[in-house]
Design a protein around this ligand. Structure first.
Ligand code: J2J
Length: 525
């Protein structure tokens, strides 16, 4: 299936430069498994299971045939809600083999999100565990299926073997086809799904491996929920597998669990969001009870890492720090392994590709020549449009992606992220769309109007504050009530407001109707 294609002159250039190679994700696994030096190496491990490349390939063959047997057809979208386990990798590669299109939902998503995603994607199936962390995912999947007509099949990820069938030939995908749908960080009620092709995504994986020095000796620990773009591809699990290294998956990112796996599997590399990096650093500073000396590189990204924390990570964990500033829409920046320490601790790196193009503009879209500006970008792995044309205003008329991030450049030319427009709260790497939360709050009977803004938080970087005008000033809603209401509305836990401030009216501006965007800026101060 073709999606938001790059203009032909760019596509031709990326092919001519050898960035887009025609390889597909299925090719990767097949080739690694068939390679006598790699096939018998461990591809993927979790706390319970371990598979070599050859074993993974064989199971993927049988699962892909089983998915076909369920009536799933090439290009059908399949919504995943799978924790960090070996079965995640088996499922994703089986979907690739059967030429199905994974849609990367998160285990923390709830009804409102999953219904929105399934509907937008036109998903025909959902793969999730029966229960996980005390939550009934099967019941959630059934609720989604009852509301979204396209969803016909529910698959239990803990029972994949019951689907195994005699391998069949599925034919091969075209590398310029849609490979999967990622989720945009700031998705609203109608989620913006991110269509990625084999060509563009595999280029980002290969180039990430070069920049991050990933080899067949790399043991990558997926500490963050692996459906996120960062642990997926920067260089993440796909980078490790591309190189013939090993992927380790942990269901819990806390040191007491994750470090057991670091010790047992001799993990060399992982990626963290800043609050987790702080937890790991502070735990190590108190004295680690596990041997984590195999760790060589710890990446931090997803939200701005405070300079103070960045300086402590390397010494505390005995690692080299790498900052990563990326987005599921494409562009990923890394500090380089040979950048001076000061640069690594104070900047968010430089684009991975010399074909990434960057420009800074002001609020009107006019070029900014010095100082911070809104970052726009285009390049060989940055999308040209969302799935089915959603969020068209996120793209400039010439097709560049408007990241929404406010950045400037260090003297050495690295990016420094200064913030972003007030459309979302970055809660320690998990993004909250102000608009989505406001919409939800407006359905509360006790709320006449609401504006959601980010406020600074020492641990999370930002937390969510909802300014609420009560329907009845004598009986304003309180934080606990609002949180219960938003949770009952089916939003993921991380989207519940951290603070509620009841006010009588929004700031006066004297210029008639004020946009919600302006109000957010005014209230955020
Ligand atoms: C400040 N803000 C950052 C950073 C992302 C690698 C790493 C992260 C993501 C990711 C990713 C930041 N400092 N170091 O996909 O491949 C904020 C920006 C950005 C948004 C994208 C990857 N790193 N951000 O976080 O799609 O605001 O991707 O536009 O989830 O996170 O969010 P997301």
């Amino acid at each position: 299936m073709k999606v938001s294609p790059w203009p032909p002159e760019y596509a031709d250039r990326y092919r001519a430069l050898g960035l887009w190679t025609g390889e597909t994700f299925d090719d990767i696994l097949r080739r690694r498994a068939a390679d006598s030096a790699v096939g018998s190496r461990v591809a993927v491990v979790d706390i319970h299971r371990k598979l070599t490349y050859a074993e993974l390939d064989e199971r993927v063959d049988r699962l892909a045939a089983g998915l076909h047997g369920l009536g799933l057809q090439p290009d059908d979208r399949v919504l995943l809600q799978i924790p960090n386990r070996v079965a995640y990798v088996e499922t994703v590669f089986a979907l690739f083999r059967a030429r199905l299109v994974p849609v990367f939902g998160l285990p923390a998503h709830r009804e409102a999100e999953l219904v929105g995603i399934a509907r937008s994607a036109g998903a025909v199936a959902i793969v999730s565990p029966a229960t996980h962390d005390g939550f009934d995912h099967r019941a959630l999947a059934e609720t989604v299926a009852a509301q979204v007509e396209s969803v016909r099949t529910l698959i239990d990820v803990d029972d994949l073997e019951s689907l195994f069938a005699e391998p069949i030939d599925h034919g091969s995908a075209d590398s310029s086809d849609l490979a999967f749908l990622q989720l945009s960080g700031g998705s609203t009620g109608i989620p913006k799904l991110i269509p990625r092709t084999h060509d563009d995504y595999l280029y980002s994986v290969r180039r990430s491996n070069e920049v991050c020095a990933v080899t067949d000796q790399t043991v990558y620990l997926a500490t963050l929920p692996v459906a996120h773009n960062f642990p997926m591809s920067s260089p993440g699990i796909l980078g490790a597998m591309y190189a013939g290294g090993t992927v380790v998956l942990t269901e819990s990112p806390t040191p007491s669990v994750a470090w057991q796996l670091v010790e047992r599997e001799r993990v060399t590399m992982t990626g963290l969001v800043p609050p987790l990096a702080r937890l790991w650093t502070e735990t190590a500073e108190r004295g680690a009870e596990f041997d984590i000396s195999s760790l060589e590189t710890v990446q931090v990204g997803g939200a701005r890492c405070p300079d103070e924390l960045a300086a402590r990570i390397g010494p505390a964990l005995g690692v080299r720090l790498q900052q990563v500033f990326g987005m599921a829409e494409g562009l990923v920046c890394y500090t380089r392994l040979d950048d001076p320490l000061d640069e690594v601790c104070t900047t968010q790196g430089a684009p991975m590709s010399d074909q990434d193009q960057l420009r800074l503009v002001d609020e009107n879209g006019d070029p900014v020549t010095s100082g911070p500006g809104f970052l726009e970008t285009q390049g060989p792995y940055t999308i040209r449009g969302y799935w089915q044309g959603a969020g068209a205003d996120s793209f400039a008329p010439d097709g560049w992606y408007r990241t929404g991030d406010v950045v400037e450049f260090s003297d050495r030319g690295n990016l420094v992220v200064r913030g972003r427009g007030g459309d979302r709260v970055n809660r320690g790497g998990e993004k909250v769309s102000a608009e989505q939360l406001e919409e939800q709050l407006l359905t509360h009977p006790g709320v006449r109007d609401a504006i959601v803004v980010a406020v600074a938080d020492a641990y999370l970087g930002e937390r969510t504050c909802a300014y609420v005008i009560p329907a009845d000033p004598e009986d304003p809603p309180n934080l606990a009530g609002i949180r219960r209401f938003v949770r009952a509305g089916g939003l993921a836990e991380w989207k519940l407001p951290d603070t509620v401030k009841v006010i009588e009216e929004f700031p006066e501006t004297g210029v008639g109707k004020v946009s919600r965007k302006k109000l957010r800026a005014l209230l955020a101060g």
